[in-house]
Each structure stands twice: as C-alpha cells, then as structure tokens.
Design a protein around this ligand. Structure first.
Ligand code: NI
Length: 257
C-alpha cells in the first residue's frame, strides 16, 4: 500500500476524469490520498472530495494566495479544521521565488496557520521556496508538528526540521536528472520520511512534462528507495506507517496497520 500525502485532486486539471484518476491510483496500490487545499474555496472542495473518495483533506491557504488571508478567511479555515475529514493545516509557508503575494502577507498567513496547528493539534503542511532563513526562523518558533512538503530547500531548513522531529516529504523532483540533493534524501530518518506527487504538478520521470496523478507516487517511492539503497517495498511500507503516525488513522480507514 502507498499513500500520496500531497495531491491537489481538486485542481481543474482533474475536472474531466477525476474518477478515472482515483481508480488508476487504487489499481496501482495507492490506497489513500491527502487532498491538499491552497485557498479557502479549495478547502471546501478538498473536504467534499475526501468525503466522496474516502480520502482525507487539508484546510489552509498557500503562500501564493496569502493576499486573500483575512479575519473572515481565517475563521472559515478554523471551522474547516473541525471537519472529521481534515487531517492537517495547509498548505502554507513562504515562497519568495514567485512572490505571488507580498512577503509580509505570506509571513502573517503562515504564522496564523502554524498557530492553528498548535491549537488544533494537527500537523502543518509547509511549502518553502527560496525563503530558507525566514522559513527556518518561523519553524524554530513553532511547537506544532509539520511536514516539509516537496522538499527542495537547503540545509538550514532541513536541519531545523530534523532537529524538531518533523516529517520531510519528497516529490517527483527526486526523479529529475537535475536533482542533486541526494544527501537530503539520505539524511531523513526512516521514521520521518514521506512521499507525495504534488499532482497535477511535478510529474516524475518517465511522465515528466505531462499532468501528474497520484498513481505516479510509485515512481517517487522507487527513486527514494534507489537513492537510499533500500528496498522499494520497505519504503512503501515505512512511508505508509509514517503517514498514519503523522496524519492519523483515517489514512488506513481507521484500521490499525
Ligand atoms: Ni502543493
């Protein structure tokens, strides 16, 4: 069994064939998907999809959308965090590469969502790009559990996360020829390792350049196993156990592993 711990199943790229995408995932052994939200409307859609497919959802606002963060949105996200389908806050974080929202607005939305994680005792899904110093400083200040999603940061962020016992999730980026950070893939302890697709983005080799989908998380598991010198089956098993420890037993249909 595999878990795709980060998939934007609500994205418009899946509107024409979402049911087929889920069937292909299940047929290839991907039995659970964490449907990740990036805005308040996407949070409501993620919850609806989690209910429809017996998956789970996150509730939160992406740094790209941080300009939309206000008291009303915050209240709606906090209410969504009470939904039984919701297993994490996010995705949130800082993205100084695209700067789609002003950096002060990104930091405010990130800080508020880290507080939600602490308050609701839910893990926080962190998106970090080209903002290592600020991300590390804010993560050092939180008591919340968190996941560095689609890890592509430098050693400062990685070391901060590992020191805090946080989870680190790798995406299809590790299958690209341009991926140079083998050390990071090897540095994460086996009980803190997660895998994801970040679909519809970042399709792994040999699907690169096309739409990504949750079935392809198998390619990520295979490459992570290769880089770590471990058996792909062991990586599948351990990352699934980690997903249950991190997100809760909804991942396995409330059955113990
Ligand atoms: Ni994402």
């Amino acid at each position: 069994m595999l878990v795709d711990t980060h998939c934007h199943l609500g994205a418009g790229q899946f509107d024409d064939d979402r049911v087929d995408v889920v069937e292909r995932a299940r047929a290839s052994g991907v039995e659970h998907v964490v449907v990740v939200a990036d805005s308040e409307p996407a949070t409501q859609l993620a919850i609806a999809l989690a209910d429809q497919f017996d998956f789970s959802a996150t509730a939160g606002v992406h740094p790209h959308e941080a300009s939309s963060w206000n008291a009303e949105v915050a209240a709606k996200i906090e209410e969504a965090l009470e939904d039984p389908a919701v297993v994490a806050v996010g995705e949130t974080g800082l993205d100084y590469h695209y700067d789609h929202s002003p950096r002060d607005r990104q930091r405010a939305a990130f800080a508020a969502q880290l507080e939600f994680g602490e308050k609701c005792d839910l893990p926080v899904v962190v998106h970090a790009r080209s903002a290592d110093e600020d991300v590390a400083a804010m993560l050092r200040d939180t008591r919340s559990t968190y996941i560095l999603h689609s890890f592509s940061s430098g050693p400062l962020v990685l070391d901060t996360a590992l020191a805090a016992g946080a989870y680190v999730s790798f995406s299809g980026m590790v299958t690209f020829n341009s991926w140079k950070d083998v050390d990071a893939v090897r540095a994460v302890p086996l009980d803190r390792l997660l895998i994801e697709t970040d679909a519809p983005y970042l399709a792994p080799t040999p699907h690169r350049g096309r739409r990504n989908e949750p079935a392809f998380v198998r390619e990520v598991a295979r490459k992570v196993a290769e880089l770590r010198g471990q058996d792909p089956e062991e990586i599948a098993e351990r990352t699934t156990q980690n997903a249950v420890r991190c997100f809760g037993t909804r991942i396995t249909g409330n059955e113990p592993l």
